[in-house]
Design a protein around this ligand. Structure first.
Ligand code: SF4
Ligand code: SF4
Length: 99
């Protein structure tokens, strides 16, 4: 029997996300630190949902829609402590579908 192959993008598409409009659960405390003091900008590389984006002018933007709540961005930003992170309010955020 031929194995079924599924890409990461296809798996992620199975999830659903309920946006808490105007109340993002993750926030960059000081965007100037991202632009001027953070050379690696590792959040833009590690986020599996591509919530962080490195802009052409060196700044970093964050859109939390689709966040998988893995916590990687908070852990990797320990040098600058520039990520304020909490879980979404009940009924909001990622809804995982398995299978
Ligand atoms: S790792 Fe932290 S300080 Fe660096 S760009 Fe990301 S949020 Fe900003
Ligand atoms: S918690 Fe994980 S998925 Fe959510 S923004 Fe941070 S790195 Fe991305």
């Amino acid at each position: 029997m031929k194995p079924i192959t599924v890409t990461i993008e296809e798996k992620l598409y199975q999830n659903r996300y309920r946006v808490d409009v105007g109340r993002p659960h993750i926030r960059i405390r000081n965007v100037d630190i991202c632009t001027n003091s953070c050379a690696d900008k590792c959040c833009t590389h590690v986020c599996p949902a591509s919530c962080y984006r490195r802009e052409a002018n060196g700044s970093v933007t964050l859109i939390t829609d689709g966040c998988l709540e893995c916590g990687s961005c908070r852990i990797l930003c320990t040098d600058h402590h520039n990520v304020e992170w909490k879980y979404p309010r009940g009924g909001h955020g990622i809804l995982f579908k398995f299978g």
